[in-house]
Design a protein around this ligand. Structure first.
Ligand code: GLA
Length: 359
């Protein structure tokens, strides 16, 4: 966590609650290098944690109630720790109450001050970051040692049951188990993972398209259902078990055929990308990013014209040694660019909007 965020969170806690916090818990956001919309198909993904994230300052509350202040929204919430009800509308409160409601073991009454430095709605997983930071604060407050996988599953349940998004496990695992400066090859079927250092002469940039994702949860859940329908029609548990040849023989109806073709192709690209990363083959890595973007745009249909245009512009600047593609759920959000370290400053400064340098 950057010092500025920790200090600011402590300061605002003291202002809001009139006392110092016991500690500040933190969880980062994530960028996904490749492997999009495959986590809920038991596939492979290659995300990495980023520096920006969510901080939660905490202390015990002595009136038996949880008191929560979300500094970025200037809003508060209060509830009984053992009986948090689900808010009628999805907001930051849904995540706090969901994490508290599902917490294993008794949760004491706490005062919490939440503050983040992740741009919201830009596809960098601010909601999973909030959930994992809250989980870390609860673990510290209860003296519990919760392993990253259990914490990730707990956060995913909150997203499903309290925010109504049938998300996969990639974001929560990347945030709970990822290592700074490393890409994590995660197998979403058994949650095994390998961490790869990003080569010294590579750089990763995140460029915000300025199109914030809004009201897309319905689209997300629909894509998931289409993938599940395709798997059922093919007689398998998940699209992870399907090969491109199976799809050619099966002649699925549309849009299931396009969705399945994306998933099967994307899982293969992740395997290839992990190899290119290990061998430092940036040109190959870049090609895979470009193919991945085209597949998300044309087969999975989750991109956005503004994002497509930004990807094209960045790709033409980067050339053949590196690549650009949308990252996250889509429908707006950010573009990830992997390029030679020596060109990062030039591309970042080329007036493409808000740029975050991951490494
Ligand atoms: C969102 C979800 C993830 C994943 C991505 C798309 O970030 O939370 O589980 O499905 O979209 O890859």
């Amino acid at each position: 966590m950057n010092n500025g965020l920790a200090e600011k969170t402590k300061e605002l806690f003291a202002k809001e609650f009139g006392a110092q916090p016991v500690a500040v818990a933190f969880a980062p956001g994530r960028a996904n290098l490749i492997g999009e919309h495959v986590d809920y198909n038991d596939g492979l993904v290659l995300p990495m944690p980023i520096d920006a994230g969510t901080a939660v300052a905490w202390a015990r509350s002595d009136d038996g109630r949880m008191h929560v202040h979300a500094a970025d929204f200037g809003e508060s919430d209060s509830f009984e720790p053992d009986a948090p009800t689900k808010p009628s509308e999805v907001s930051w409160r849904s995540y706090v109450r969901g994490m508290a409601a599902k917490w294993e073991g008794e949760l004491p009454a706490l005062k919490l001050l939440i503050m983040g430095d992740l741009p919201r709605g830009s596809g960098l997983s601010s909601s999973a970051s909030l959930c994992i930071a809250l989980g870390r604060a609860f673990a510290a407050a209860t003296g519990t040692d919760i392993d990253p996988t259990s914490l990730a599953r707990h956060a995913q349940r909150t997203e499903h049951e309290y925010a109504g998004v049938a998300c996969g496990i990639m974001d929560q695992m990347a945030i709970a188990a990822g290592k700074p400066g490393h890409a994590m090859l995660l197998d979403c079927r058994d949650l095994s993972c390998e961490h790869f250092t990003i080569p010294d002469d590579w750089s990763v940039l995140i460029v915000d398209s300025g199109v914030t994702r809004g009201l897309v949860d319905g689209e997300y859940n629909a894509r998931r259902q289409e993938c599940e329908a395709a798997a059922r029609a093919l007689g398998v548990d998940s699209l992870r078990d399907v090969r491109m040849e199976d799809l050619e023989d099966a002649s699925l109806p549309e849009p299931e055929a396009r969705r399945a073709a994306h998933v099967v192709g994307e899982i293969a690209r992740v395997r290839e990308a992990a190899k290119a990363l290990q061998t430092g083959d940036l040109a190959r890595f870049g090609e895979l990013l470009q193919d991945g973007h085209a597949s998300l745009r044309d087969l999975f249909e989750v991109s956005h014209p503004v994002v497509d245009e930004l990807v094209e512009r960045l790709q033409s600047k980067v050339g053949s040694n590196g690549g650009a593609r949308m990252t996250g759920a889509g429908f707006g959000g950010s573009v990830v660019v992997v390029l030679p370290e020596s060109r990062a400053a030039e591309i970042a400064g080329a007036g493409n909007g808000k740029v975050l340098r991951v490494i």
